[in-house]
Design a protein around this ligand. Structure first.
Ligand code: ATP
Length: 561
C-alpha cells in the first residue's frame, strides 16, 4: 500500500520543475513504483481527476463543502477559511495554513497516539468513491464526514493536494500528453500505441494497467466497448469550397446541424447517451432514449448525431435551447415538452458486435441508413457526393435556408478517427469564427452590481502541459439574468480571491466573438483579443476542448495574410 504522502511528495516535486521532459520522468517513475491496483488511481490523480470523464462516478465537491470541511477539521471559523483563501489565493495553500494552525481540541486518534497521521492512496480513493456514491437526504453530511476524515488523517502538506484533488484541480501542470508519454516510458510501449488505446477507451488508467501487464500486446487488445464512450472525431474549418475540393477531391456533403453532439450506445434494450464532454446525459434525454429504442433497428450499436431543439414545425431553434435540456436532473418531463428535440444521426461506429471505425465513411453511412427508421424525432440525412463547387454551394444555401449552420464536407473514403481534428472532416459555416475559451478568473462588479461577477478572465489551452494560458477579459455580451446565473455557477468554482479579483477552477467554456487577435505582453499566452464579446456559454464543451495556443497563433497569422 503506497501512502498518500508519497503521492503528495511527487506533486510537490513536480511543482518545482518547469521542463515537461523532466516532469514526464518523475511521473513515469511514480507509475512504475505503484501496484497494479493503485496504478489507475494514481494515473487519474496526477492529472487532477478522481474518476475518468465518462464514469458514472462523479465527485461533485464544490468549494463551499470543501471550506466547511476545512473549517471543521482545523477548528477555524468558515470566515477564517474564506480569509485564508483570499490571502493565499489557493485552496491547497489554504488547507496547509488552516491545518497547520489546528486547534489543540481538534484531537485525532493519531494525535492522541503522538504519531504523524497517515493515509494510503487507496484509502483516499475509497473515501472519494463514497462521496461520489452518497445520495439522498444525508448525502451532504456524509460527504462532509468523508472530507473531514481525509483532512484529519493527513499532514498539512498532504492536505494541500487532498484539497485540490477534492475539487479536481491539482494545478501541477500534468495533462494527458505528459501522462501518455510517462506511461509509454514507464512500460516501454510506443506513445502512438498508448494514444490509440486512449482514443478507444477514453481512460488512461485502463491504458496504464494494460501497458504494465502486457505491454504493446495488451494495449493492442484494448477495444471499443459498449457503454464506454469513444473520443469524438472533430472538424477543421475550410476557408472555401474550392480549397475543400482541392484537398479532398470528391466530397460527401452533409448539412451541419446546430445542436449538441451526442454519442449513443444501444445495447439491447439499454440506451446510454454521452455528451461531447463524455458525460453520461441519458437521464436528461428520455425522449431520445425512447426514439432510439423504437427506431434504431439493431441489437447493439454506437451512433453519433446532433440533438437539435426544434419548434412545432420541426425547424431548428437557437443552440442555447438544446443546452437547457442537457444534464437536467429535475423537471425533465416538463422540459421534454417545452423543448422537443430532433436527433440528426450522422455516424455509426459499431453495429451488432462489429467495430466499423476503420471502414470508409461511405460504408458506415450505408449501414447507418439501413438501421434507422426516419421519423420526426430521428433522422438520417442523405449526403451528396460531388466535386462540383456550384452543387456544394447550393446545398450550403439550402442548409442555411432550412435554419441550419452550414455544411460538413467529408472525405468519403476516410475512417472514423477518434479524437482527431483533421482534414477528413471539414466544416463551413456562415457566421464569423468564434473562439471557445476557458474562464479562469473573474472580478466582482461595482455599485449596484457589487454582488455579481462582472468581468471574466479567459484562457486558451496548452494541451501538452494541460495548462491554461490567459488571453484577455470579457465583460460585454451578458444579460442581467445571465450574470446572476453565472455568478451562482462560478461561486462554487472559486479557488482563490484577492480584493475584487477571483481565481476560478477552469471548468466553464465561453464562446467569444472578437474583432482581431493581437500580440500582447499583458497575458501569458502572448496574445490578446480586440473587442471580445460573449456569444454563448458552451455547456457542452469541456476545458480540454478549448482553443489551443497553436490555433490562436494560426488565426493570428491568417489575419495578417
Ligand atoms: P462548432 O462550434 O462549429 O460546432 P465545434 O468545435 O463545436 O465547432 P467541430 O468539431 O469543430 O465542433 O464541428 C463539428 C461539430 O459539428 C460536430 O461536433 C457536431 O456536433 C456538429 N455537426 C453538425 N452536423 C454534423 C454532421 N453532419 N456531421 C458531423 N458533425 C456535425
Amino acid at each position: 500500500m503506497t501512502d498518500f504522502k508519497e503521492f503528495a511528495d511527487v506533486c510537490k516535486h513536480i511543482e518545482h520543475i518547469s521542463s515537461s521532459l523532466e516532469i514526464t520522468d518523475v511521473v513515469s517513475d511514480m507509475l512504475k513504483s505503484v501496484s497494479a491496483e493503485e496504478l489507475p488511481v494514481v494515473t487519474h490523480f496526477v492529472m487532477g481527476d478522481v474518476f475518468p470523464a465518462w464514469s458514472v462516478e462523479q465527485l461533485g465537491v464544490g468549494t463551499s463543502l470543501l471550506y466547511g470541511a476545512l473549517s471543521r477539521s482545523s477548528g477555524l471559523s468558515l470566515k477564517d477559511i474564506e480569509d485564508l483563501v483570499r490571502s493565499t489565493g489557493d485552496i491547497g495553500e489554504t488547507a496547509v495554513a488552516a491545518l497547520g494552525k489546528k486547534k489543540k481540541n481538534q484531537s485525532t486518534f493519531s494525535a492522541f497516539m503522538g504519531e504523524e497521521p497517515s493515509i494510503s492512496i487507496m484509502d483516499v480513493f475509497g473515501r472519494f468513491l463514497d462521496i461520489s456514491r452518497s445520495s439522498g437526504s444525508g448525502s451532504q453530511s456524509n460527504k462532509m464526514r468523508n472530507l473531514q476524515f481525509l483532512f484529519n488523517s493527513s499532514s498539512s502538506e498532504e492536505a494541500r493536494y487532498l484539497a485540490r484533488l477534492a475539487i479536481e484541480d491539482l494545478r501541477i501542470g500534468v495533462g494527458e500528453g505528459i501522462v501518455r508519454d510517462a506511461i509509454s516510458r514507464a512500460f516501454d510501449v510506443p506513445a502512438g500505441e498508448i494514444e490509440r488505446g486512449f482514443m478507444v477507451t477514453n481512460d488512461l488508467g485502463l491504458v496504464a494497467v494494460a501497458a504494465k501487464e502486457g505491454g504493446i500486446e495488451e494495449i493492442s487488445k484494448l477495444r471499443v466497448e459498449l457503454d464506454r464512450p469513444i473520443k469524438m472525431m472533430l472538424a477543421q474549418v475550410t476557408p472555401s469550397i474550392e480549397t475543400a475540393i482541392k484537398d479532398l477531391g470528391k466530397l460527401a456533403v452533409e448539412w451541419k446541424f446546430d445542436g449538441a453532439r451526442v454519442q449513443i450506445h444501444k445495447n439491447g434494450d439499454s440506451v446510454n447517451i454521452f455528451s461531447r464532454k463524455l458525460e453520461n446525459v441519458t437521464l436528461s434525454l428520455p425522449d431520445i432514449v425512447e426514439a432510439v429504442k423504437l427506431h434504431v433497428k439493431a441489437d447493439s450499436a454506437i451512433l453519433e448525431g446532433e440533438a437539435v431543439a426544434v419548434d412545432e414545425y420541426g425547424a431548428p431553434r437557437a443552440f442555447q435551447d438544446i443546452l437547457k435540456r442537457f444534464r437536467r436532473k429535475y423537471d425533465v418531463e416538463a422540459m421534454v415538452r417545452k423543448f422537443p428535440l430532433t436527433l440528426y444521426l450522422f455516424e455509426i461506429l459499431y453495429l451488432n458486435g462489429d467495430v466499423l471505425m476503420d471502414q470508409s465513411f461511405l460504408k458506415r453511412k450505408e449501414q447507418l441508413v439501413s438501421c434507422v427508421e426516419n421519423c420526426d424525432s430521428i433522422k438520417v440525412h442523405k449526403h451528396v457526393l460531388t466535386d462540383v463547387e456550384d452543387e456544394v454551394n447550393k446545398i450550403y444555401t439550402d442548409a442555411l435556408d432550412g435554419g441550419h449552420e452550414g455544411v460538413m464536407l467529408k472525405n468519403p473514403e476516410a475512417p472514423y478517427s477518434p479524437g482527431k481534428r483533421g482534414k477528413n472532416w471539414l466544416k463551413m459555416k456562415s457566421v464569423m469564427e468564434t473562439l471557445d475559451l476557458v474562464v479562469i478568473g473573474a472580478e466582482w462588479g461595482y455599485g449596484k452590481r457589487a454582488n455579481l461577477i462582472g468581468s471574466y478572465a479567459l484562457a486558451c489551452l496548452d494541451p501538452e502541459a494541460g495548462t491554461f494560458l490567459p488571453i484577455g477579459k470579457v465583460a460585454t455580451g451578458f444579460s442581467d439574468e445571465q450574470l446572476a446565473e453565472l455568478t451562482e455557477t462560478f461561486s462554487e468554482l472559486i479557488v482563490g480571491e484577492s480584493g475584487r479579483e477571483i481565481e476560478l477552477k477552469p471548468d466553464v467554456v465561453f464562446e467569444i466573438k472578437f474583432e482581431e487577435i493581437q500580440k500582447s505582453t499583458n497575458y501569458g499566452s502572448g496574445y490578446a483579443l480586440r473587442f471580445p464579446r460573449l456569444v454563448s456559454v458552451r455547456g457542452d464543451k469541456s476545458p480540454e476542448e478549448a482553443e489551443t495556443i497553436d490555433r490562436i497563433e494560426s488565426i493570428y497569422l491568417s489575419q495578417r495574410g
